[in-house]
Ligand binder design. Structure first.
Ligand code: HC1
Length: 575
């Protein structure tokens, strides 16, 4: 252990602890901008400078390991002055159109300028970044706001294993860009948006489709239907001041109705249908010698990754469309037919915790009889903006239900939004189907939690043990894909892959949480709690027991994996 003094207080910490970490243990706040716990600890922004008694130069607390006997000052006049100068320099090269920036009031740079009382920028002159890259369907990169903290590049490379962003140039010409100055649309970006939710400023944001939604709602010839992903309800409340982990399902449904959608439906319904289709597909593969392990197919960023980098694994992918698209496809077919609406006059809008869903909805193969399954996908953040701009007092809304039938869902569907949730939902149904009984113990805790790669064996019948694997976050998925390629997963039957760390609750379209807050809380865990609580409170917690899903098969789809179900709900992949 190491014993040293910080602002006069003695503290003992394990060897290797940085000054920044030690300070937090004593509730001493040191400002940071580039720091991302465990991911980007590079001392680049010089905001965390501290003084060490006897040393000439100030040191970056985020990378400086404590040593026995040192005396650290985190708030001396020298430190205060240096931080202000450094912050002014960063601000001098930053596009400060704060009032109209999407990150206004949720910007770590703006917050720091206020906290450090920096209001006049003495440095004037040319600015460095000029490019605004808006060619991607999901992500806009605005160099005029980039502060070169490299958080996006670190997340893209280390967490997601995608690595399409990196530092180029030196000195004044430094930029963080895709290679050769290309657009994100021209490199292997998987549209996950993890760069966005880890950007401290507005240099990265989703491509907004809000106006497209308004245009549809305001078009009297269109029936506009909205569906909301499981994870949206777990985080939308944060935009309106609710503590993290508060589910706001009822208020969300009420808000959507007031925004003017004709029907307010739930992607959870499609998630229940997905379990029917995917569960049946799995049972088929297990009993007919099909390709195993079967891999879930609902995370569109990761589908793109497999198509690009592991095309040999395409036969392992479930042929099921994602719940988002199953819902849309059923609305454009079954719902349109039963309500005598021409699907061409219908606009399906999805609200997703995900920026890759904007890419997914545009995929050509995801249509029914030429009608795109989902027309527009917006993020949780965009929905919050629509609610705010409409002056809806979200916190005062009553709790309302989704519209019936396509708004009916089970506990199994809601947990889709957390890593391990799709697996748990599938196992609940597969075990019941194979045992031909209503099993009561359905909390499969072995598949829950935020460990990067989890394996479990589930005894589904006395004669059948299903070996499952769950992974989330691109770097973990890559490990799994390499193991698959090397033939090391021959004993595994079913794999759930989610591109974002923690699954959709931490998707690239979710409300943005400052790095400082993420030092103290694990947002993946907190938001998942909202989903598991909602699951536990549902009377029906298994997809195959959803009465509206049962009815859908009876009146339309016949049975899971039927010819009709395949036509509407399944897809193919491209290499
Ligand atoms: Fe997800 Fe899914 S869970 S992919 O994580 O299978 O985005 O929430 O909607 O489609 O249901 C996301 C979440 C979401 C799909 C479902």
């Amino acid at each position: 252990d190491i014993t040293f003094k910080i602002n006069g207080q003695e503290i003992t910490v394990p060897e290797g602890t940085t000054i920044l970490e030690a300070a937090r243990l004593k509730d001493i706040d040191i400002p940071t901008l580039c720091y991302l716990k465990g991911i980007n600890e590079i001392g680049a922004c010089r905001m965390c400078l501290v003084e060490i008694a006897g040393a000439k130069a100030l040191q970056a607390a985020c990378v400086y390991p404590v040593a026995n006997g040192i005396e650290v000052l985190t708030n001396s006049p020298k430190v205060q002055k240096a931080r202000k100068v450094n912050l002014s320099l960063i601000l001098s090269d930053h596009n400060r159109e704060c009032t109209t920036c999407v990150r206004s009031e949720n910007c770590e740079l703006q917050a720091l300028a206020n906290e450090l009382d920096v209001h006049d920028i003495p440095f004037q002159g040319e600015k460095s970044g000029h490019t605004i890259d808006d060619l991607s369907t999901s992500i806009i990169r605005d160099e005029t706001k980039c502060i070169l903290c490299k958080r996006c590049a670190a997340v893209c490379t280390k967490v997601q294993a995608v690595g399409v962003l990196g530092a180029v140039g030196r000195g004044f010409t430094s930029q963080v860009q895709p290679v050769f100055g290309r657009s994100l649309a021209e490199v292997g970006c998987i549209n996950c948006g993890q760069c966005i939710i880890n950007c401290p400023v507005g240099a990265l944001k989703e491509k907004s489709n809000i106006q497209d939604v308004w245009d549809a709602i305001n078009d009297p010839t269109k029936t506009v239907i909205v569906e909301t992903a499981p994870a949206v309800r777990a985080a939308l409340g944060e935009e309106f001041g609710y503590p993290m982990g508060t589910p706001v399902t009822g208020k969300m449904a009420a808000a959507l109705r007031r925004l003017g959608f004709d029907k307010v439906f739930d992607t959870d319904f499609g998630a229940d249908v997905t379990i029917m289709e995917e569960g049946t597909e799995l049972i088929g593969r297990l009993t007919n010698g099909g390709v195993l392990p079967m891999i879930t197919s609902c995370s569109p960023g990761w589908i793109k990754y497999i198509e690009t980098y592991y095309p040999e694994a395409i036969p392992n992918l479930s042929s099921c469309k994602s719940p988002q698209n199953m819902t849309g496809a059923l609305l454009k077919s079954h719902y349109a037919e039963t309500n005598k609406i021409d699907p061409k006059d219908m606009v399906v809008v999805s609200v997703m915790p995900c920026t890759a869903k904007k890419y997914e909805v545009q995929r050509e193969e995801l249509n029914v009889d030429g009608n795109q399954d989902v027309d527009i996908s917006i993020t949780t953040r965009e929905l919050a903006r629509m609610i705010k701009s409409s002056r809806i007092m979200f916190n005062r809304l009553p709790d309302e239900d989704f519209d019936s039938y396509y708004g009916d869902s089970t506990g199994a569907a809601v947990i889709f939004g957390a890593t391990g949730g799709v697996m748990e939902a599938a196992v609940r149904t597969v075990a019941d189907v194979l045992n031909k009984k209503d099993i009561q113990e359905i909390d499969y805790v072995a598949v829950r939690g935020v460990e990067g790669i989890k394996r479990a064996s589930v005894q589904v019948t006395p004669d059948l043990t299903v070996n499952v694997l769950m992974a989330h976050g691109g770097s973990n998925l890559k490990i799994v894909m390499d193991q698959l390629k090397a033939g090391e997963l021959k004993d595994v039957h079913f794999i759930e892959l989610m591109a974002c760390p923690g699954g959709c609750v931490n998707g690239g379209g979710q409300p943005i949480v400052a790095a400082k807050e993420k030092m103290d809380i694990d947002i993946r865990v907190e938001r998942a709690k909202a989903l598991y609580t909602e699951d536990a409170n549902k009377t029906i917690r298994k997809s195959h027991q959803n009465p509206s899903v049962i009815r859908l098969y009876e009146e339309y789809l016949e049975e899971p994996n039927s010819h009709k179900a395949h036509h509407i709900l399944h897809t193919t992949y491209s290499q």
